[in-house]
Design a protein around this ligand. Structure first.
Ligand code: MN
Ligand code: MN
Length: 288
């Protein structure tokens, strides 16, 4: 059985549910496009892996109330920014009559390039005034716009910071590429974790009811494990260190996640798709 096969197709949110939604957008990618194929490749690859996680001792086939909202509507625009805004509105429309917290709804948004995380993160920040935003990425994504796009993939964290309140907290780990200014900002603001140990310690320090949202850019992982991404950076993490992290999150108030930047055509072996699907399985089980 496919891990996402057990996800019932739906068009609307119901209470006490975990929901998968795809955002097939690669409009602002500068180097190599193709992340728009990410959501459907993760869904397809999930058919080739077991539903049982020996790491968490949980099985996706035991989960009730997992739904797949399909892919967001991008409209028919020549202007990529209009498509992006259109899909953002589609995402927001799910919450006209539903509330993430009150109705116990969790979202897993599949990208797409990293700019797709804006809509879910903004919604989570609005809902949870004390949200911890955990950002795993090879890149800082703190540029103030990039290549003419205010909401560029290289600016996603900068853009969500515009919506931060006093009690929101940003934690960044895996960052090994960026401008001098981006690194200076992270160091000044104490957002950058310098080691995996420091990351785990910081997460354990939070109260168990503190909501944590994960935004995962798959280039966080080393390209030797996951080459299928547009801007690979050597020196990344492996699956084992991710599992250590997921075990911590599974015992915390883990409320939602997005998985971005899988570019399937760059890795024709399909191994990156399987890697991403396995990561998605662990995230789904940790959220359950
Ligand atoms: Mn990145
Ligand atoms: Mn990124």
């Amino acid at each position: 059985m496919h891990i996402f096969d057990m996800a019932t197709p739906t068009k609307t949110l119901i209470n006490d549910s975990i929901n998968i939604v795809g955002f097939q957008f690669d409009g602002t990618a500068c180097y190599r496009k193709g992340t728009k194929f990410g959501p459907d490749h993760i869904r397809a690859a999930s058919g080739n892996i077991e539903t049982y996680s020996p790491y968490l001792d949980r099985d996706t086939s035991d989960l009730k109330n997992v739904f797949d909202l399909g892919n967001l509507d991008l409209g028919l625009f020549l202007d990529v920014e209009k498509s992006w805004f259109h899909a953002n509105e589609h995402f927001d429309s799910f919450f006209k009559e539903k509330d993430l917290k009150q109705d116990n709804i969790k979202m897993i948004t599949l990208g797409g390039e990293h700019s797709i995380s804006f809509a879910p993160i903004k919604k989570y920040l609005e809902t949870y005034p004390d949200l911890v935003l955990l950002h795993l990425d090879a890149h800082a994504d703190l540029r103030d716009g990039y290549a003419g796009f205010h909401y560029s993939h290289a600016s996603i964290i900068r853009r969500v910071l515009d919506h931060f309140g006093d009690d929101h907290k940003l934690i960044q780990y895996g960052v090994r590429s960026g401008t001098k200014e981006e690194f200076a900002w992270m160091n000044e603001n104490g957002t950058r974790m310098e080691s995996h140990e420091q990351l785990i310690e910081n997460l354990l320090f939070f109260a168990d009811d503190r909501p944590i949202y994960l935004t995962l850019d798959l280039d966080y992982f080393d390209p030797s494990f996951l080459p299928g991404t547009g801007t690979p950076e050597p020196g990344g993490e492996d699956f084992h260190s991710f599992i250590k992290l997921i075990k911590v999150l599974s015992n915390k108030n883990f409320v939602g996640a997005d998985i971005t930047e899988l570019s399937p055509e760059i890795d024709p072996t399909g191994n990156s798709d399987v890697f991403a699907a396995k990561v998605a399985r662990e995230i789904l089980l940790a959220l359950a």
